[in-house]
Write a protein that binds this ligand. Sequence first.
Ligand code: BJW
Ligand code: ZN
Length: 254
Amino acid sequence: MDTLKLSEPIRQRVRSAARVVVFSGAGVSRESGLDTFRGAGGLWERMRPEELATPQAFRAEPERVWQWYAWRFRQVAEASPNPAHRAIARLEAVFPFYTVVTQNVDGLHRRAGSRNLLELHGALAHAFCNRCGRNRDMGEAIAESPESPPVCSCGGKFRPGVVWFGESLPEATLAGASDAATSCDLFLSVGTSGTVYPAAGLIELAYRAGACLIEVNPEPTPFSRLMDLCLTAPAGEALPALAEAMERCRWPST
Ligand code: BJW
Ligand code: ZN
């Protein structure tokens, strides 16, 4: 996508927006070489989520779950932020109140420079003890014990610092994301299938609050019909063009 021409109604919304939320999912990291969960080639095509991404799976097969996350951790360590992450980070300088809410656990938004960032589903970079809650660095934990979860001094097992199905999202993070979605003027949904709750509910909150909604996804999602604009393109192509178009709206003389 070269230059993007926004319609006049969207340009007006961008010009007057003070509060902006970017809500991202696995698709934003696809062009960094990381697999999405759902869809063709997605992680869940090869293994069932309930066998890997639940506390029950960790209790039943801790080694298998640990090895899968160790593999994901290594993939992420070798990956780099792509033009979509960088465009999203760049837009933080354009709007007075700008929040990136991500479902991703890969840390690529932070590595690209996003600072006001809420990680709804935790982070692969951390591990914590499933008994006493002690935190430690995931890389060190894997280096110490690549095949099975390291045992804590309390006798518990270290697990990845991510949110599994059936677990609550970090309360303050979800509250911050809900407040941001409820009060925003502009909401960009990027690279998410919008199928996992309560995260996907943020799109509904922004819609009900009357925000201008923009979706970036090569495929339609359950929320596409609510959008003011759908950019049906990969995030790494659409986001740099969208960021540039938004900068032109806000700073017409540059
Ligand atoms: C591109 C692209 C490119 C491709 N550019 N785009 C209400 C209704 C129904 C169910 C529930 C509900 N409330 C709660 C639930 C249960 C459950 C849930 O939502 N289930 C549904 C799946 C049915 N939710 C939970 O259990 C949550 N906890 C909770 O609700 O606690 C309260 C509670 C407790 C106890 C009982 C009851 C309630 C927790 C959810 C945790 C999700 N965890 C995971 C794993 C994280 C760890 C890990 O990484 O392994 O999070 S699951 C997985 O899905 C991961 C993701 O963050 C999440 C969302 O996926 P995402 O990011 O949207 O990725 P994809 O793959 O789905 O989509 C990628 C998109 O990219 C696609 O659209 C592509 O087209 C697109 N794409 N290339 C742009 N280049
Ligand atoms: Zn412990």
